[in-house]
Structures are given as C-alpha cells and as structure tokens.
Write a protein that binds this ligand. Sequence first.
Ligand code: C2E
Ligand code: CA
Ligand code: CA
Ligand code: CA
Length: 282
Amino acid sequence: AKAAGRDRVVQFRPELRTAQRNVSRLSAGLRRALAEDEFAVHYQPVVDTETGQVAAVEALARWQPPDRPAVSPAEFIPVAEETGLIRPLGAWVLRQACLDARPWYDQHAVGLAVNVSPQQLTDPDFADLVLSALREAGLPGNGLIVEVTESSLVATAANSDTLRQLDRLREHGVRVAIDDFGTGYSSLAYVARLPVDIVKLDRSFVQHPPQATPDGQGWAFTRAVLQLVESLQLQAIAEGVETLDQLEQLRALRCRLVQGFLFGRPMPGELIVQSLTAAAEP
Ligand code: C2E
Ligand code: CA
Ligand code: CA
Ligand code: CA
C-alpha cells in the first residue's frame, strides 16, 4: 500500500516529490555546512540621506558550498526554519556579525541590523543569547537592531514571554525593527503598540507603490504611511531603492533612511569597510 501511495504521488504531483527531495538534500547540506563553516555574513548599507553616511548595515547570511554555486538565503532560510537549524545558524550569524561590526560602530557610529526568525524569537533564551553576543563582541546595545518580520511579531505578540524578552533587550538600548512592513495585514496603529522602534517599508512601497496610477497615486500612499510612522514616533527605513528617481521621491517625502542596490549590494565585511570610509569623507 505504501508503494502504491508513493506511485500515486509521483503520478499526480511529481513537482511535490522533487520539492521534498530538494528540502531533504538541502537540510542535509545545511547541517554539514554549519559543521564545516561554509556560511558567511554579508552586509548591506543603510544610508542616511541627510548626511550621505552609512547609518547601519544589515547582516545577510550567505551559504557558499565548496563544490557548488552559492545558495540564496531565500532558499535555505525557509529550510533552516523547517528543520530547526535556524537556531544554531541564527546564533552563529548573530555572534559573527557583532564581532565584525564592533570596529565599524567604534570608528563610524554604524549600527548593525540582524534578521531574527520566529523560532529564535520564541526561544526562552533569546534575550540572553543576544546580550552575550553583544558582550562577547564589546558592542553596546544601542549598536544593534533586531529585525523581526511583521507576521512573526504579530504571531508572537500574544506570547507575553517573547514581549518581555524584547522589552529586556530594549532596556539595553537594542532597537527592534519590523521587517517587510506592508506585506502582512497589520495596521500601523496596532504595530505601534508592540515593542517596536523602526519600521522597514517593504520594497513594494518603493518599486511598485500600492495603488500606483499614472498620476503618481502610489507615492501618495507611501507618503501616508511615512507620515503615520512619524506621528507614531517610529523611524522608517525604505527598502529596495534601486533608482535615483525612487531616491528623489523618498527624499521629497522626508524618508531619511534608505537601503537598496542603488547604494550597494550585500557585500563581505572587507568591502563594507571601504564604503564606510568613502561615505565618511566630505
Ligand atoms: P530581507 O531581510 O528582507 O533582506 C533584504 C533582501 O533584499 C536581501 O536579500 C537583499 O539582498 C535584497 N535587496 C536589498 N536591496 C535590494 C534592492 O534594491 N532590490 C532588490 N530586488 N533586492 C534588494 P537576500 O540577502 O537574498 O536575503 C533574503 C531574505 O533571507 C532576507 O530578506 C531575510 O528574510 C532572509 N535572511 C537573510 N539572512 C538571514 C539571517 O541571517 N537570518 C534570518 N532569519 N533570515 C535571513
Ligand atoms: Ca531584513
Ligand atoms: Ca526586508
Ligand atoms: Ca524578507
């Protein structure tokens, strides 16, 4: 009966079987990659449009298997989340990024943003993990931003232990950013009641503004969201800025912090250092 069941899967949903095979191959590879040190952290600048300087960098995980092309985090993060490997991987990224970013913070006052998955956030030791990564690197709390997606923050909002952990981090100066805002269904008024300091506007607000029309209504929507963010005394970061035109639109809307390929792709630490010193020059 089992064999028949398998055959049926092959017959009707070959793509499902391929996907399952890919996931188990990926998860075996990920486990080995963690043990063999095949991960790297790249950094993408977040630029302050008023000063032209890099205000922060976002840490983005990279997997470079020795024998194959690099695997995108869009592919391996979901598998790491499914298999629970995201906890050791996320802890490694956090520690490595804090160590890398300490001199950038000391010399250029550059903050570090690290992505955090829901499984990490709900770990009862999450705040301890973050605080010990900071201590080990000698990075002060106000040098760190933890990025949590809108959906995972809303999902954990009912969990008072998670909220307490975020509060504890904020008491140490750590800021909390809500990532990919606008891709979920929560209202800003609701989000503002959560322990949040920064709202990262999803790139759809920048690249294809919602309700875009030939007369520029899409930007009117982005403006309204930015005004609301400001009135809630939160900071905004616009993601996915790729063109000068998008930058000009955002500046006109007084969106101060921007991030995107226009300013730099995620790059290894050695290269981000160069962009910090270049940006610091008058
Ligand atoms: P994210 O947190 O929204 O990160 C931004 C993604 O947008 C990055 O993709 C970045 O390379 C890309 N990006 C930046 N500027 C532009 C732009 O101007 N245009 C376009 N089209 N894309 C831009 P990346 O590095 O492939 O990461 C994908 C996602 O994987 C991240 O999305 C994040 O959700 C996840 N991720 C990456 N590293 C980590 C990590 O260490 N931990 C966790 N939990 N998730 C991570
Ligand atoms: Ca992010
Ligand atoms: Ca994002
Ligand atoms: Ca994302």
